[in-house]
Design a binder for this molecule. Structure first.
Ligand SMILES: *[C@@H]1O[C@H](CO)[C@@H](O)[C@H](O)[C@H]1NC(C)=O
Ligand SMILES: *[C@@H]1O[C@H](CO)[C@@H](O)[C@H](O)[C@H]1NC(C)=O
Ligand SMILES: *[C@@H]1O[C@H](CO)[C@@H](O)[C@H](O)[C@H]1NC(C)=O
Ligand SMILES: *[C@@H]1O[C@H](CO)[C@@H](O)[C@H](O)[C@H]1NC(C)=O
Ligand SMILES: *[C@@H]1O[C@H](CO)[C@@H](O)[C@H](O)[C@H]1NC(C)=O
Ligand SMILES: *[C@@H]1O[C@H](CO)[C@@H](O)[C@H](O)[C@H]1NC(C)=O
Length: 904
């Protein structure tokens, strides 16, 4: 008799279909008992999960794989009663090799304290004419880097038992198109496998045990979980398969002995309850098959036969004793007599493998020994092939790094499965070493691959790499130092990108001593060394100015040390580099990774502000310094031109009236600015009517002086000037002594955005509506408005508020009309001060505010003048007590009333 094995499995799957779909809607939060550790994947499923009739939850593969398409079966022989997990499938019309990368729990490994975990892995292929072609395809299935099996027309599932390396926490299951139809898969199952195979040696790392067949002999039902606690699948096989002179033997509910000692193999009861028996003592039960082409010419197979005496009417003196014969000549059970006690399961597994050739028939028979009084029986069979799996896995750290690189750059190459193996499918752009234990990635060529963003740190984990070609992409940001730490790197090609900053010293040294071939041409803003003299677009800032000398301790120290400081950028940098304090300051001013930002802000735990650019979070650096972390929302990020280059410059701007930028994060979409923390919030909060803690006159003067000082520094202390662009009370922050510092300055925003978005063009009320130019004078206008707010306690604008005027309220209109109509400073100054102010200074500030907001931009004063005047007010206030003298102000300053801005 020739067994058509694949036919048998079809039959059994049809049976499965019939019994399988009695859908009881189990909602299992917990996996059913004994199924912990099972991994069930319903391929192509649109919703998240399917629950099968046995309560096993099958997860959709939609988050596990990016390639392939989700499809649905139409019908199968007019019968679409398939269990739910077979209704959908994933097909792979594109690419030669497509793979699942299945991460497995390391828990089963730690449990049995064995670093090598065995897994039973099974793929189902229910065609169901999903593509309407009525022709099920043939394709190859790979387990990691090794051929697993060829899926043929009638194969509905393929199963193997395989061994994980200690370092391996994943399986790659790959589908390879061999031009015989589109590969597909319906579902995937993984089970930790922890039962002895009765002497069958477990597969080594270079082999896996493939299941050719596992049968419930004489049974009418396919058996799986939960009857089989290990979820082995037992297909049905008819007694006629073993010869004509056979009959079915079965008992009903009687249980065979099921304690662990008598059933170590945990054979399912329902499998043992049926058997085939020969009708004639002298005729053996024979099983024959011919190995079909599974991609190999030579096979090594193992088998297990499972027996249990289920004949109830055994008479005294009757017993069954059997032997097993291979190809009619070789008695495998030579010294062993298989005697069956009633209802005690017995398994016999071959201790050695049997070699057979392709197309050479195999015959296994079970015959009665000469002393047996009863003919042979058989309850269950398993047949395994040993499949060569000697293609090694790529070194696991390299695999991890490559998968991360693929993800981070969204590499659009056919990068699937193991990067190096098998060689014919190794990833495009990679070269691997020929190591037979763990191939290593020795070169990575991503030239012209449309890479954007930064040079990702995952590259630093490719520690065996000697050639790295990232040329002709759109990479930006700085060249990271870790590239110089790659021990084997001999060639680094970064040419034709948009990298900027200065090459790290350690990389430069390698280049200089000849151990590294380095190509960086075509990066317009990248410098070989300091000073970085690229004229273009950057703001070459002349930094040190009076205030920063007073503030920055390093410079004080530098002076004490007698270092000569000239007001040029170059010498500033030199002095920074030549003092230790300078270095530590430089260390503080730095790039933070997104992970660091998460840790600094304790996962964005405390929001301290929210602006047009995104939220501001409270953070704490490692040295316990409190910081404010401004996270730019993706939509506002696009507004920032050359984010990183500008940050690099701003980070060295220090002034006691400017909020210090301590660092930044620039990882793809994650952009954040890390500022010194200002515990007293911003001026706007203090000016609100709802704020009961009224700012005193003295505090207002101080704030005006501080803000003027900061702005004066931006305008005149930096060359070319830094224009703030969005000066408003919300951007004037207050430290613990109520001194003011200006925030959010110096980032240039793209011009096209400025026409559309008020975030970039400035804020209504503070931005001169008649004058769209962004320059020093527009900042002065904004400052004038702020001065008026400080004095009057009124908001810059109030939309639709008609309490004072028809329509909108604008502070300029209001102040002007108050001067004209009353000329009474008491009515203009914030009534919350209760008259506690200096009238002289108040008039002076009103005058300054009005002159700052003159319609003709060129007539507005320079911030140096404004700062000087305000300082005087403060000095006067500090030296005198309140005076009642009223100052007559010149009408010249106030004469622009007729063209005062119309509120927008
Ligand atoms: C597949 O099964 C069908 C019937 O289900 C049969 O006609 C066909 O010969 C089988 N093909 C192979 C290659 O076994
Ligand atoms: C695996 O099997 C061994 C021997 O049967 C047993 O001692 C161990 O507890 C099992 N481990 C698990 C995780 O089932
Ligand atoms: C099996 O039984 C049939 C009759 O059913 C008989 O013709 C045949 O010879 C027997 N086969 C063997 C191998 O004994
Ligand atoms: C059993 O088979 C042998 C030979 O195959 C035959 O001689 C004998 O008659 C058979 N016995 C019965 C009871 O059929
Ligand atoms: C990388 O690949 C490109 C072609 O895609 C080739 O021109 C270049 O020479 C390769 N780089 C190296 C270092 O081999
Ligand atoms: C680097 O890449 C560029 C562009 O692909 C190429 O012209 C140049 O020769 C390469 N340099 C080296 C050293 O391979």
């Amino acid at each position: 008799m020739v067994v058509e094995w694949s036919l048998v499995s079809v039959v059994s799957l049809c049976l499965l279909a019939i019994i399988g779909f009695h859908c009881c809607c189990l909602h299992a939060d917990q996996p059913p008992k004994g199924s912990e550790g099972f991994i069930n994947i319903d391929c192509g499923l649109a919703q998240d999960t399917t629950i099968t009739s046995h309560g096993l939850v099958y997860k959709s593969d939609k988050d596990m794989i990016k390639s392939g398409m989700s499809k649905q079966i139409l019908a199968y022989d007019g019968n679409n009663n398939w269990d739910l997990q077979y209704w959908t499938l994933r097909s792979f019309p594109n690419g030669t090799r497509n793979c699942y990368h299945l991460e497995v729990d390391s828990a089963p490994r730690s449990q049995n304290n064995n670093s090598n975990t065995k897994y039973l892995i099974r793929g189902y292929f229910v065609y169901g004419n999903y593509d309407g072609l009525n022709f099920a395809p043939t394709f190859d299935l790979y387990l990691g880097p090794n051929l697993w099996a060829r899926r043929r027309m009638n194969t509905t599932y393929i199963e193997a038992i395989t061994l994980l390396y200690p370092s391996q926490d994943y399986f790659d299951v790959c589908f390879v198109n061999i031009n015989s139809g589109v590969p597909y898969i319906s579902s995937l199952e993984l089970r930790p496998f922890n039962i002895s195979l009765h002497g069958i040696p477990y597969p080594t790392h270079s082999q896996h045990l493939q299941i050719l067949g596992r049968y419930n002999v004489g049974g009418t039902q396919m058996i799986k979980y939960p009857e089989d606690v290990n979820d082995r699948q037992w297909d049905t096989i008819d007694c006629s398969t073993f010869g004509y002179n056979t009959s079915l033997l079965s008992i009903d509910e009687a249980e065979t002995d099921n304690n662990d000692d008598s059933n170590p193999y945990k054979l399912p009861q329902s499998m043992l309850r049926t058997a085939c028996e020969s009708t004639n003592l002298s005729i053996p039960l024979a099983l024959q098959w011919t190995p079909s082409d599974q991609g190999s010419l030579r096979y090594y197979f193992y088998f297990c036969f499972h027996f249990a005496e289920i004949e109830k009417k055994l008479k005294a003196g009757q017993f069954r004793e059997m032997s097993i014969v291979f190809n009619d000549v070789h008695t495998i059970t030579n010294s062993i007599k298989l005697q069956l006690p009633y209802l005690k399961p017995l398994s016999f597994c071959s201790k050695e493998s049997y070699e057979v050739l392709l197309n050479q028939p195999i015959k296994l028979s079970v015959s009665a020994t000469s002393s047996s009084t009863l003919p042979p029986i058989l309850n269950g069979i398993e047949i395994f092939y040993i499949r060569d799996a000697s293609n090694p896995l790529t070194f696991f750290e390299d695999v991890k790094a490559m998968r991360k690189i693929k993800e981070e750059y969204k590499v659009s190459k056919n990068w699937e499965g193991d990067p190096c193996q098998p060689v014919e499918f190794s990833w495009e752009g990679l070269n691997c070493s020929n190591d037979h234990t763990w191939p290593r990635i020795i070169s990575l060529n991503l030239s012209s691959s449309n890479l954007t963003g930064h040079i990702v740190s995952s590259i630093s984990n490719l520690t065996a790499i000697n050639t790295l070609d990232l040329s002709k992409n759109e990479l930006e940001g700085e060249v990271p130092e870790f590239l110089a730490l790659l021990p084997k790197l001999q060639l680094l090609n970064l040419s034709g990108n948009k990298l900027n900053g200065v090459l790290p010293d350690n990389l430069l040294n390698k280049y200089k001593n000849g151990s590294l071939v380095l190509s960086v041409e075509g990066n317009e803003e990248l410098c070989w060394s300091q000073p970085c003299n690229h004229k273009k677009k950057k703001l070459p800032i002349s930094i040190p100015i009076l205030c920063s000398v007073i503030v920055a301790p390093i410079l004080v120290l530098a002076i004490l040390l007698g270092l000569k400081i000239t007001y040029t950028r170059k010498s500033k940098e030199k002095s920074l580099e030549s003092s230790h304090e300078g270095e530590s300051l430089k260390m503080k001013n730095r790039h933070y990774s997104y992970l660091e930002v998460l840790s600094i802000t304790d996962n964005f735990g405390v929001v301290i502000g929210e602006g047009g650019f995104g939220k501001v979070y409270l953070g704490t650096l490692k040295d316990k310094t409190q910081v404010a972390v401004k996270v730019l929302s993706p939509s506002s990020q696009q507004g920032y031109k050359q984010f990183r280059a500008e940050i690099q410059l701003l980070i060295v701007v220090h002034h006691c009236n400017l909020v210090t930028l301590l660092g930044y994060c620039d990882e793809g979409n994650h952009k954040a600015l890390i500022y010194e923390y200002m515990p007293n919030g911003n001026l706007q909060q203090h000016l609100l009517d709802t704020n009961t803690n009224t700012l005193s006159w003295m505090q207002r003067l101080q704030i005006a002086v501080d803000a003027a000082h900061g702005l004066e520094y931006l305008h005149n202390g930096c060359k070319p000037p830094i224009i703030h662009r969005d000066l408003k009370p919300a951007n004037i922050l207050l430290d613990n002594t109520m001194h003011a510092k200006i925030a959010d300055f110096g980032l240039s925003r793209t011009d096209d955005q400025s026409h559309f978005s008020t975030h970039f063009a400035g804020t209504p009320g503070y931005f001169d509506p008649r004058n769209q130019n962004v320059n020093k004078q527009s900042d002065v206008y904004s400052f004038g408005i702020i001065l008026l707010e400080l004095i009057t306690g009124k908001p810059a604008i109030k939309r639709g508020s008609s309490s004072m005027f028809e329509g909108n309220f604008h502070i300029l209109n209001w102040v002007e009309s108050m001067i004209k109509n009353t000329g009474d400073i008491e009515k203009i100054v914030d009534s919350k001060l209760g008259g506690e102010f200096n009238q002289n200074s108040a008039w002076k500030i009103v005058e300054l505010g009005m002159s700052c907001t003159q319609p003709t931009a060129l007539k507005r004063p320079d911030m140096r003048h404004v700062f000087g005047e305000l300082k005087e007010c403060l000095a006067v206030h500090q030296n005198t007590t309140t005076t009642t003298e009223t100052r007559i102000i010149s009408t010249r300053v106030l004469s622009h009333s007729e063209i005062a801005p119309s509120p927008r």
